[in-house]
Design a protein around this ligand. Structure first.
Ligand SMILES: Nc1ncnc2c1ncn2[C@@H]1O[C@H](COP(=O)(O)OP(=O)(O)O)[C@@H](O)[C@H]1O
Ligand SMILES: [Mg+2]
Length: 232
């Protein structure tokens, strides 16, 4: 099936990824073909080591494929250099990782404002404040990451990912470091943000119940897509 360029948010064609230098070079992705429609929600499942994080890194413009093409929002990522990719990600792509990756010397508010400040946005702090309120952390803006619970840190990371109003939201096992109840609350929040913004959601998970909340489930094994199904 093909999509017109405006409805396809992500197009990957025959993407291969090998990392490391010989003799320890590892072939990680073996020819991935994937098209994701704008506004869709996609769960990426697969055993540990199957290449999920690597595929996300390639689709999010964090890693260059060894060969093949990646087009995101009509931009040919494979044709851009590192600097151009960084600019292309800004305002288009939000990323939430398992380990939060907040800057420890910055408050919650500063962490969320960083992407906007980098983009030269004058209203960075007021927008960051509003985004923290959206994730229920209006009263934690001047806390440092070490003063926040894991669930609160992940909410800060979601606010940081959403503050640039990206059309594409990636999350790599966002509940992997959280207890079950906190993880469920974080997933509710991610789906709520997806629904409110209409942004495409691409979430890596080990949890079939969580994957079932997405409209589409893609499964990787050994760097290849082995199933691709859509909720009835
Ligand atoms: N920088 C790297 N150099 C060499 N091999 C890597 C590198 N990053 C990941 N790998 C290997 O690629 C495979 C896929 O890793 P990853 O994408 O993290 O899988 P997953 O997220 O599904 O657990 C693993 O075998 C991993 O060891
Ligand atoms: Mg991973």
């Amino acid at each position: 099936m093909s999509f017109s360029s405006d409805s396809a948010q992500i197009v990957a064609r025959n993407v291969r990824l090998s990392l490391g230098k010989p003799p320890s070079r590892v072939d990680i992705l073996h020819g991935i073909d994937l098209t994701v429609a704008a506004g869709d929600s996609v769960a990426l499942l697969g055993a540990s080591g199957s290449g999920k994080s690597s595929l996300m890194a390639v689709l999010a413009g964090l890693e260059r494929p060894t060969s093949g093409e990646v087009h995101v929002a009509g931009l040919d990522f494979t044709a851009l250099d590192e600097d151009a990719l960084a600019v292309a990600r800004r305002g288009r792509i939000g990323i939430v990782l398992q380990a939060f990756h907040l800057l420890p010397t910055m408050t919650a508010l500063e962490n969320v404002a960083v992407p906007l400040e980098l983009a030269g946005e004058a209203a960075a702090f007021s927008r960051a404040r509003a985004e923290l309120a959206n994730v229920g952390l209006a009263d934690r803006t001047s806390h440092y990451p070490a003063q926040l619970s894991g669930g609160e840190q992940q909410r800060v990371a979601i606010a940081r990912a959403m503050v640039g109003n990206p059309r594409l939201l990636f999350a790599d096992e966002p509940t992997g470091n959280l207890d079950t109840a906190t993880g469920a609350a974080i997933m509710d929040m991610l789906f709520a943000r997806h629904a409110a913004s209409g942004a495409t959601l691409f979430v890596i998970t080990h949890d079939p119940a969580l994957a079932a909340r997405c409209a589409r489930i893609v499964e990787l094994a050994d760097g290849r897509i082995v199933t691709d199904s859509r909720a009835a």
